[in-house]
Ligand binder design. Structure first.
Ligand SMILES: NC(=O)C1=CN([C@@H]2O[C@H](COP(=O)(O)OP(=O)(O)OC[C@H]3O[C@@H](n4cnc5c(N)ncnc54)[C@H](O)[C@@H]3O)[C@@H](O)[C@H]2O)C=CC1
Ligand SMILES: CC(=O)C(=O)O
Length: 329
């Protein structure tokens, strides 16, 4: 009998710097049998498929890379959305909202019908706001619509704390929570090295100046990389690939991810367990009074942005309907 191969697919919408780095990471640490790339820039798309395919021939990584349509993507096990504009040096993530919301809305029109088992992973910025709208536009259950959120900021936090404490980053348990953006905050009160509270393991970490320096590093990391090289790609490529792995292998791993918070009325990052069904459980975290206020401020800011964007999206959809009607007349 011919061997039956289990087909597992990850579609990546947008094969620019982030999408192609993610695809490369998925090939080198095989997570699925097929990577489908989708991008309206057809010459770039074909070139990325050929270049990435070349990376699969030595050592038989077992992953096939191909170009696809938005409709094909809608049937994948995971759809990663990296499609959209990126920040220019000095620009904020929120300044991308109008352009990227328009792209997101067109993506969901083109992807229908979406498989009810698909997990959506949002990467494009502003990621928390786009995750909120992806949940509405996709019609998928909210547990299946996830943003990479502050997972990358938390990795950056681990990195700098590891240097300060002279310990491996993997022994640092500390999260940046809230917005993947300027209103993010560090959950200092729950940070540990191994099982030792950070305040005991690294006493200087209780100093407000130390905390301000670390928070500024974490908040400003993307901006300084973008100023020098025009994008960030390796950090997020690795982070998004590891999230795909948790999902595909149903690893039920705890990570800070952006997902809908009913009591706050927006998507932002909190710790949760992720597996094949998406977010399977929210992990409660104890915050001190200051962190609670920071979370509240962050949610208020995100809700205000959502309100403005909701109006813009409605106008966008009315315009699309009118154009469709004109075409039919
Ligand atoms: N969440 C995070 O931690 C991070 C998010 N980002 C965000 O990821 C996004 C992508 O960044 P880059 O790859 O550097 O940008 P890029 O400009 O290199 O690539 C974006 C690609 O999206 C494509 N695209 C546009 N409309 C599309 C559509 N409807 N369907 C499919 N593809 C479409 C473009 O043609 C382009 O090739 C940006 O919004 C950036 O801010 C980047 C790094 C980290
Ligand atoms: C660009 C971006 O969002 C980041 O590297 O954090």
């Amino acid at each position: 009998m011919p061997e039956q191969k289990l087909k597992t697919s990850i579609a990546i919408l947008g094969c620019g710097d982030v999408g192609s780095t993610l695809a490369y990471t998925l090939i080198l640490n095989p997570v699925c049998s097929e990577v489908i790339l989708v991008d309206p820039k057809t010459a770039l798309l074909e070139a990325q498929v050929r270049d990435l395919s070349d990376a699969t021939y030595r050592g038989n990584t077992g992953t096939r890379v191909r170009a696809g349509t938005h409709k094909d993507a809608g049937q994948a096990d995971i759809v990663v959305i990296t499609a959209g504009a990126k920040q220019k040096p000095g620009e904020s993530r929120l300044s991308l909202l109008s352009r990227n919301l328009h792209i997101l809305s067109s993506i969901f029109s083109a992807m229908q019908p979406i498989s009810p088992h698909t997990i959506l992973l949002l990467v494009a910025n502003p990621v928390d706001i786009l995750t909120y709208f992806a949940r509405k536009l996709s019609g998928l259950p909210e547990s299946q619509v996830i943003g990479t959120g502050t997972s990358l900021d938390s990795a950056r936090l681990r990195g700098i704390l590891a240097t300060k404490a002279d310990v491996s980053p993997s022994s640092i348990m500390a999260y940046v929570l809230g917005e993947h953006g300027d209103s993010q905050f560090i959950a200092w009160s729950s940070a540990t090295i191994g099982v030792t509270p950070l305040s005991m393991a690294l006493p200087s970490s209780t100093d407000p100046t130390f905390r301000a320096e670390i928070a500024s590093h974490t908040r400003g990391a993307a901006g300084s990389i973008i100023a020098a090289k025009g994008c960030t790609a390796y950090g997020i490529g690795n982070m998004a690939a590891s999230i795909c792995k948790y999902i595909m292998y149903d690893q039920l791993t705890v990570r800070p991810l952006s997902f809908y918070q009913p009591e706050l009325g927006c998507c932002l990052s909190m710790p949760a367990i992720i597996g094949r069904k998406g977010i399977t459980r929210v992990m409660p975290i104890e915050l001190d009074e200051r962190e609670k206020r920071e979370l509240e401020d962050c949610a208020n800011g995100l809700r205000a942005v959502i309100e403005g964007a909701e109006k813009e999206l409605e106008a966008d959809q009315e315009l699309a309907k009118a154009l469709e009607k004109d075409k039919g007349a």
